[in-house]
Design a protein around this ligand. Structure first.
Ligand code: BG6
Length: 469
């Protein structure tokens, strides 16, 4: 396996999934807290999560031991500005300064996401969040505050994590509207405002941090047709176009693609845009694209009809892989094994995605999420034998090497996740980390950190720059 000499090996996390201390030192509530609390009687929530807020020194020591060259994590907007657009919380900034400084002291490049599913809840109460243009300016202000504050210590920035996935999940956007058309109209406006906020943040970063690098993280989709019937092929393509390509097109070219605009018009939900927006969006071209990749999808042709009109959402079985655009049905791929949580495991899909995005946008790529969520067991010998995870990661790193040989400019690999953390909506039993966090759904215990077998394996991979795979 050949990786470039300065290839960035890292690992990832996000604030609401690891930090805990959800209201400590002045932090405000976020949408992620609000939604996690609704499930508190059944599973772990954001109150303690992995308790990074109180363990960060120990955790960064483990990152150094692992050999990480970068750490991709997020700032909680509501820790820095508790109500989203009001007073800055100095204690929130102080916490992130401590984290960033310690990372740098240990030779680990901080790679900061500004917004990972955790909009300050106060902005929902004040403006219904992203539906209102004031949220765009609140985000721009927050981004500028972060850039000014960390301009000497953070060079790598990620604006929004998985806007393209977040927007489909009502809970994350706090969409409670029951009328499907009104909900989709609101969604389209929110999505558009996030694109605007993204472009403004890119511009601000380039102004304030001249050597700064900034870009989006997309939830990549790679959809195979169920058969080679041309309409199935079309349906699969449309799934990728409507869920991912439209988003990257907007980030990179500053405009919606024709096919997406057609959807917005036919659904009669074209967002309100202002005259100056076109130029803002055009000048928001990112420096790189971050790819989050877990699995592939499969689809068959299912045009909207009277039974399921456009917007009605065709589900197969999970909360994100539905069609609301009126093209397809999500199908099971008989050729792929699935994880116990239903993800269809497919390293070749990663090679396809990397080649696709690189040839389409010609921007350097890195991976900021890739991993296997499993209910790991702490065995009697006090260890976690996660051979399945090693196997998954090995195959996906091999796919990265092949993509590099194909000519893709891939400059880093930062899998999900550095340590066990709260799943985005499935509690703590589902684990992704190299480091086990000893807690269960209801009892946080001491959150003891234990290195898994995959920790020692990945340590060797990093030390040998991929040769030990
Ligand atoms: C990504 C998110 O979509 O998937 C993460 O950026 C999330 O926040 C990860 O944790 C895995 O999904 P889940 O639902 O298993 O936690």
């Amino acid at each position: 396996m050949q990786f470039p000499e300065n290839f960035l090996w890292g690992a990832s996390s996000s604030a609401f999934q690891i930090e805990g201390g959800w209201d400590e030192d002045g932090k405000g509530m976020s949408v992620a807290d609000y939604n996690a609390f609704k499930r508190s009687s059944r599973q772990a929530d954001t109150r303690i999560a992995s308790d990074f807020y109180h363990h960060y020194e120990e955790d960064i020591a483990l990152m150094k031991e692992l050999g990480m060259g970068m750490y991709r994590f997020s700032f909680a907007w509501s820790r820095i500005i508790p109500d989203g657009d009001g007073k800055v919380n100095p204690k929130g900034l102080a916490f992130y300064h401590k984290v960033v400084d310690l990372l740098r002291k240990n030779g680990i490049e901080p790679f900061v996401t500004l917004y990972h599913f955790d909009l300050p809840y106060a902005l929902v109460q004040k403006y219904n969040g992203w539906e209102d243009r004031r949220c765009v300016y609140a985000f721009e202000r927050y981004a500028r505050i972060c850039f000014e504050e960390f301009k000497d210590s953070v060079r790598w920035w990620q604006v929004i994590n998985e806007q393209n996935l977040m927007i489909r999940v009502d809970e994350r956007m706090n969409i409670t509207e029951s009328d499907p058309w009104k909900a989709d109209k609101m969604r389209a406006q929110m999505d558009y405002h996030m694109f605007l906020a993204h472009a403004l943040a890119v511009k601000a970063c380039h102004e304030i941090i001249p050597d700064g690098k900034i870009g989006p993280a997309v939830s990549s989709t790679c959809t195979y047709p169920l058969t080679n019937v041309p309409k199935d092929v079309w349906a699969a393509r449309m799934n990728d176009y409507m869920k991912t390509v439209y988003c990257l097109d907007m980030h990179c070219y500053g405009a919606y693609s024709g096919i997406y605009m057609r959807y917005l018009k036919e659904r009669d939900i074209v967002p309100v845009m202002q005259e100056e927006d076109a130029s803002i969006l055009k000048h928001g071209r990112p420096d790189y694209i971050a790819v989050n990749y877990y699995r592939t999808l499969c689809a068959s042709y299912l045009p909207a009809n009277e039974e399921h009109p456009i917007g009605s959402r065709v589900y197969r079985g999970n909360e994100v892989d539905f069609d609301q655009y009126g093209y397809c049905r999500d199908e099971k791929n008989e050729h792929l094994a699935a994880s116990e949580y239903g993800a269809q495991i497919d390293p070749t899909g990663l090679r396809i995605v990397l080649n696709d995005y690189y040839s389409r946008y010609r921007l350097p790529l890195l991976i900021t999420e890739n991993g296997l969520g499993m209910a790991d067991e702490l065995t009697a010998d006090g260890k976690i034998h996660d051979a399945y995870r090693i196997d998954y990661l090995r195959q996906h790193i091999e796919a990265c090497a092949l993509a590099i040989e194909d000519g893709v400019e891939l400059f880093g690999y930062s899998p999900w996740s550095f340590m066990d953390l709260l799943s985005s909506h499935q509690g703590f039993r589902k684990r992704y980390g190299f480091v086990y966090v000893d807690r269960d759904e209801q009892d946080a215990k001491q959150c003891e950190r234990i290195r898994k077998d995959s920790f020692y394996w990945y340590q060797k991979v990093i030390a040998s720059n991929g040769e030990s795979l």
